[in-house]
Design a protein around this ligand. Structure first.
Ligand code: BTN
Length: 335
C-alpha cells in the first residue's frame, strides 16, 4: 500500500463516524479530489468498506479481516518489528524472508502471507497453507554462540504459545516446536472442540564461523478452518467464542516472539527452559522418537529439555538420552 493511502486510512480512522470530505483529504495530501477518489477505490479493493455519504464525505465502515500491514502495525506493542511486508499470496514466506536476509535485511524484518502455494514444514514435509491461516517468517540476526542456537526453535515456539495465549486459548507444546490446542492425540477434547496441532515452526539459517549470519523463523498458524479440514489440525477460531481479527492474532504472536527472543538473547535458554517444560505436553509421558528414516532414536519417559533444546528421554534400561531431532509419538501414563 502506498504512503498516500496510508495517510488517507489514518485520517479516515481518526474521523470515525463523522467522516472526512474528499476536499479536506485532497488539500492535506496536496493532490486533486480525483486522485483521492482513486485511492479510495484502491482501498476498497484491499477490502476496506468506505462509505461516501453526502455531507459527511468518506466514512470507514469496516476493515478487512485479512493480514494487512496497516492493520497489524498499529496493534504492535513491541518496537522490534521495523519492516513488515504483507502479501496476499506467495510460494513460501521463508523463501521471501531468506531472499531479504541475503540482501541484508535487518533483524526485525517480517513477511506475512494470507496464503502459500509451496509452504514448507519440518523434516522436508510440506505445510498446507490455504486462506484462513497466518504464515509468517521473521529475519533474526542472533549474536548467541552457534553452539547454543539449537534451542532457538523452542524459543520461537514459546513465543507463538504466548501469543496464542494472549489470543484467549490455552496452547501446549510438543517437542521440538509444535503448538497444540488441548491434549490432542492424547485424550481428545472433552468439550468436543476439534483439537490438534494449531501451529508449527520452521527455522532456516546461514552461519558464519561461530555465529549465525541470519536466521529465518517461519511460523504457520491455523486460524480459520478451511472447508476440508486437515487431519490432526486444530483451528484457533474453533476455540474462541469471539474470534479475534487475524491481524490482532498476528500482532500478539509477533509481540511475543519479539519478547521471548529478547529474553533468549540476553539470558539464553536457561531462563526459558522451565516455561517450556510447563507448556510441554510430553512432560512425564512415555514417548518414542523416530528419525526421518523411520528408525527409533529413543523410547522411554520424556524428562524435559536440556539447555541445547534436546529432548531428554529416560530409557527403561536406566540410561538417559538427549535427542536433537525427530518426530515424537506419545502414550500418556498414569501418574
Ligand atoms: C512444521 O512442520 O510444523 C513447521 C511448519 C512451518 C510452516 C511455516 S508457514 C510460514 C513459513 N513458510 C514456510 O514455507 N514454512 C513456514
Amino acid at each position: 500500500m502506498n504512503e498516500r493511502r496510508e495517510v488517507i486510512l489514518s485520517a479516515l480512522r481518526e474521523a470515525g463516524d463523522a467522516g472526512i470530505s474528499g476536499e479536506v483529504l485532497a488539500e492535506s495530501l496536496g493532490v486533486s479530489r480525483a486522485a483521492v477518489a482513486k485511492h479510495i477505490t484502491a482501498l476498497r479493493d484491499f477490502g476496506y468498506e468506505i462509505k461516501a455519504a453526502r455531507g459527511a464525505g468518506y466514512v470507514l465502515a469496516a476493515v478487512p479481516d485479512t493480514l494487512l500491514v496497516h492493520e497489524i502495525a498499529p496493534l504492535l506493542r513491541s518496537g522490534f518489528w521495523t519492516r513488515i511486508e504483507t502479501l496476499p499470496e506467495t510460494g513460501s514466506t521463508n523463501d521471501v524472508a531468506k531472499t531479504l536476509a541475503r540482501a541484508g535485511a535487518g533483524q526485525g524484518t517480517v513477511v506475512l502471507a494470507s496464503r502459500q502455494s509451496a509452504g514448507r514444514g519440518r523434516l522436508g514435509r510440506s505445510w498446507m497453507s490455504p486462506d484462513g491461516g497466518i504464515y509468517l517468517s521473521a529475519v533474526l540476526r542472533p549474536q548467541t554462540p552457534l553452539a547454543e542456537i539449537s534451542a532457538l526453535p523452542l524459543v520461537i515456539a514459546i513465543g507463538v504459545a504466548r501469543g496464542l495465549a494472549a489470543s484467549n486459548v490455552g496452547p501446549r507444546l510438543k517437542w521440538p516446536n509444535d503448538v497444540y490446542l488441548d491434549d490432542a492425540g492424547v485424550r481428545g477434547d472433552e468439550r468436543g472442540r476439534p483439537s490438534g496441532k494449531v501451529a508449527g515452526v520452521l527455522l532456516e539459517m546461514a552461519a558464519e564461523s561461530d555465529r549465525a549470519e541470519w536466521v529465518v523463523a517461519g511460523v504457520g498458524i491455523n486460524v480459520k478452518a478451511p472447508v476440508q479440514r486437515f487431519a490432526g489440525a486444530a483451528y484457533l477460531d474453533d476455540h474462541l467464542i469471539d474470534p479475534l481479527p487475524v491481524s490482532q492474532v498476528a500482532a500478539h504472536v509477533l509481540d511475543h516472539i519479539a519478547g521471548v527472543y529478547r529474553e533468549f538473547s540476553v539470558a539464553g535458554f536457561a531462563s526459558l527452559a522451565a516455561e517450556y517444560r510447563q507448556l510441554s505436553l510430553l512432560e512425564g509421558c512415555d514417548v518414542t522418537v523416530t528419525g526421518m528414516d523411520g528408525a527409533v532414536r529413543a523410547r522411554g519417559r520424556a524428562m524435559g529439555v536440556d539447555l541445547l533444546g534436546r529432548l531428554v528421554v529416560a530409557q527403561p534400561d536406566g540410561e538417559t538420552l538427549a535427542v536433537s531431532s525427530g518426530d515424537v509419538t506419545l502414550r500418556r501414563t498414569e501418574h
